[in-house]
Design a protein around this ligand. Structure first.
Ligand SMILES: Nc1ncnc2c1ncn2[C@@H]1O[C@H](COP(=O)(O)OP(=O)(O)OP(=O)(O)O)[C@@H](O)[C@H]1O
Length: 283
C-alpha cells in the first residue's frame, strides 16, 4: 500500500489532525418485532488515531459488528457521536476500506477484474485500473493467477484477492470484521503477516474485530475489550511489542504470553456473563 496521508479536519472546532475515528457515547438501538427496542451497544467511547492498528475483542454477539457499522455509515447511531476524520458520519465516509469474513469477490469475474473493481467503480479508466490491479496482484503474491475465477482459488488465495481489492483504493481507514475467521490456523497466520506487511507504512488506521486473542495481540497497537452485550468499552490494553512483527516469532515470547493473560483476564468475566445467559458459542 502506498503511503496515505491522513486527511486533516476542516472543522474549526476539531484539532489540526482529527483522529481517524471518534465514537463518543455512541449507542445503537434496533427496533425488533419480538424484543421491541433492542440496545446493541451503549455509550461506546473509542478513539482511533491516524495510522493506528486497533483490534476489538468481546464475547459473541456483544455488538462488535454493530460498532463497525456505525463507523462505516451502514447504520446511524441512535445517540452519541460518530466522527470519521473529524466529520460526523452520515452515509458511507470517503476513504474507508472493508473486509469481512465472507469474501466480496464476484464469482463471475476473474482475479484481475475483481481487484480492479474498486477503481472501476471510481471511474478510473480500464487500462489504468488493470495496470494498478496487476501491481496489487503482485504485491499479494498472486502473479500468474490473473485469469482465475474465485472458485478456482484456495481460501487463502481468495483472501489475498480480497486484500488487494480493499487496499487498491488506498483507504485511510480499514474496517476488518473477522476477515480471517474462516481460514485454517496456518493460512490465517500467513494472512496476518501479509496484512501487517501491506499495512506497515501505509498510514491507514485499522479497526480489526476478532474472536482470536492471539490474532488480536499479534496485530495491534492496542486491544479494545468490550463488555457482554449491550457492548461498551471495558478495557484498553496497549501492545508495546516492537514492529515489524512476525506472528510466529512473537506468539510464544514471555511478553506476548503476559499480554495474553492481561487481555483474557479482562475478557473472561464478560464471556462468563454471556455464557450464563445461554449463548451456545463463546469467544
Ligand atoms: N439489524 C439488526 N436488528 C436487530 N438486532 C440486531 C441487528 N444487528 C445486530 N443486532 C443484534 O445486536 C447484537 C449485537 O450484534 P453484533 O453482530 O454487533 O455482535 P458481534 O459482537 O459482532 O457478534 P459476533 O461476535 O457473534 O460476530 C446481537 O444481539 C444482534 O442480534
Amino acid at each position: 500500500m502506498t503511503p496515505v496521508t491522513p486527511k486533516p479536519s476542516t472543522g474549526t472546532a476539531a484539532p489540526a489532525v482529527a483522529p481517524a475515528i471518534a465514537l463518543r457515547q455512541a449507542t445503537k438501538r434496533f427496533a425488533t418485532r419480538d424484543r421491541g427496542a433492542f440496545t446493541a451497544i451503549t455509550d461506546v467511547d473509542l478513539e482511533v488515531g491516524a495510522g493506528e492498528f486497533v483490534t476489538v475483542v468481546g464475547p459473541t454477539g456483544c455488538g462488535k459488528s454493530t460498532t463497525l457499522s456505525l463507523v462505516s455509515g451502514l447504520e446511524p447511531a441512535s445517540s452519541g457521536e460518530v466522527l470519521v476524520h473529524g466529520k460526523p458520519v452520515s452515509g458511507i465516509p470517503d476513504g474507508v476500506g472493508y473486509m469481512f469474513q465472507t469474501d466480496a469477490t464476484l464469482p463471475w469475474k476473474n482475479v484481475l477484474d475483481n481487484v480492479a473493481l474498486g477503481l472501476r467503480y471510481r471511474g478510473v479508466a480500464k487500462a489504468d485500473a488493470e495496470r494498478r490491479a496487476q501491481d496489487w496482484i503482485g504485491r499479494v503474491g498472486l502473479t500468474g493467477f490473473e485469469d482465475r475465477y474465485p472458485h478456482q482459488l484456495s481460501g487463502g488465495m481468495r483472501k489475498r484477492v480480497a486484500m488487494a481489492q480493499t487496499l487498491i483504493t488506498e483507504p485511510s481507514l480499514l474496517l476488518l470484521d473477522e476477515p480471517f475467521g474462516a481460514l485454517d490456523v496456518q493460512t490465517r497466520e500467513l494472512m496476518q503477516d501479509e496484512l501487517l506487511r501491506l499495512w506497515s507504512g501505509s498510514g491507514a488506521a485499522v479497526v480489526f474485530v476478532t474472536h482470536d486473542l492471539t490474532e488480536a495481540i499479534a496485530l495491534a497497537d492496542r486491544v479494545v475489550v468490550m463488555t457482554a452485550g449491550p457492548a461498551t468499552v471495558k478495557d484498553e490494553v496497549a501492545i508495546d511489542l516492537p514492529r515489524p512483527r512476525k506472528v510466529e516469532d512473537i506468539r510464544l515470547t514471555p511478553e506476548f504470553i503476559e499480554l495474553y493473560r492481561r487481555v483474557w483476564d479482562s475478557l473472561r468475566e464478560e464471556v462468563e456473563i454471556t455464557r450464563a445467559r445461554g449463548a451456545s458459542h463463546v469467544a
